[in-house]
Design a protein around this ligand. Sequence first.
Ligand code: SAH
Ligand code: SF4
Length: 344
Amino acid sequence: MSVKTDLKSLDRGALGAFAKGSGLPAYRAGQLIHWIYERNAGTIEEITEFSKKLRQELAAKAFISRLQLKTALSSEDGTRKFLFGLSDGNAIESVLIPDGKRLTLCISSQAGCRMGCGFCLTGKIGFKRDLLPHEIVDQFLLARQLALPETLTNIVFMGMGEPLDNLDNVAEAIKRITAFARFSKRRITVSTSGVAPGIREFAAKASGVKLAVSINAATDSVRSSIMPINRKYPLQKLIAALRDFPLAPRDRITIEYVLLKRVNDAQADAKALAGLLRGIPCKINLIPYNGPENCENGRAFNMPDENTTMAFQDVLVRAGHTAIIRKSKGKDILAACGQLAGKG
Ligand code: SAH
Ligand code: SF4
């Protein structure tokens, strides 16, 4: 018996080929896309636009996969975290973050992460594997259902993994989320730890999608000590890629800066950051460190006190930048930035 085809694993071309190979007219591929991506069909049986006979024929050789929801946790601040099981036993997490009129879904691009940033729990668990396009898309499809009756307004690739280390699959997933599920690409943001050549490639492969960059330090010595990627792509290369990033008028790059007590929180750091970003249309999100007080590798990170944080922001604002202090959400369920370890 031949192996059944997972319809969710197919891109536009492959779905067309599947329809053709099944002796069906081309418009059937469009109907499959509509039912899977807009109507959330979980089985071929649910596609009631098809006759019973057609459904039976298709079900004999194809199926519609779905991530397995293993745990759903709710925070007292309204943040919800979902742990999804992959077919090979790995697990990933997605987070739903309500904020006023917005409902943002934070999704993962990899199981684990290769980048090893010292302050990040995902970095600690190491790299398991890249997610396939449909495993990325499925986080969106399932969360969209789980969020009902609310509607998702934004998607951020700020969950587990480095999206630009899995760029082709991320770009294909974005294509399906926008073209198949009709979610606006202007409401999608991809966050990178600074894979400089990837930023240029991303601009070409996912044009119109927003970019966020985790800068986290304004000098190479500090940045390399907390983010190993900086040894490969130092700040000068990263900033050059940001200067070249195509932006629509009024659009800005989001800059993320995790504030670590006595590591990168001095006034001098703020001044260096302001200088580094001069001339780049951006808004800066300051995220006070929210991890454990002591890391296993012997390096201790702490959250700066409020005065230091506000003084840091003040330097940036005086230099003409937009800088916002981001209070972490979902800390009680380990759903905040850098707390995703795939353990529920
Ligand atoms: N790998 C990508 C996407 C993940 S985004 C990236 O690094 O950009 C995760 C965000 O959370 C990053 O901006 C990262 O700097 C931040 N972060 C990681 N660990 C954190 C922690 N312990 N406290 C606060 N923010 C953290
Ligand atoms: Fe990976 Fe981003 Fe965490 Fe760094 S901050 S280890 S790049 S997920």
